[in-house]
Design a protein. Sequence first.
Length: 110
Amino acid sequence: MTSHVGRLYTLAAALLVFFLAWSVFAARPWVSSAKADPRLAALTAREHRIRHESLVVHRIVQKRWAVYRAELKKRRAQIAARQSQPAPAVSSSPSVRVVTLPPLTITRTS
């Protein structure tokens, strides 16, 4: 084969056949998709279980936040009521006593 055009066409056809065969083997049409992979089924079941658990946890958190908000509202009302009352009189005796103790010395012989 001395024709350069013939060699180019042959090379192009060989590349076309190569890539077509590669795409057929990569697609694996002979593998039956009817068989379910047990790992995939287990993964799907785990995903459903985790989604259900997350919904349950979300509901619990929402209930706790509702209780917290109600208690916070009550507490703020108590604080506001307490602040509106006059302050109690301060007693004349101090609540803190300062005591002077002798120094603590530890002597050790070597």
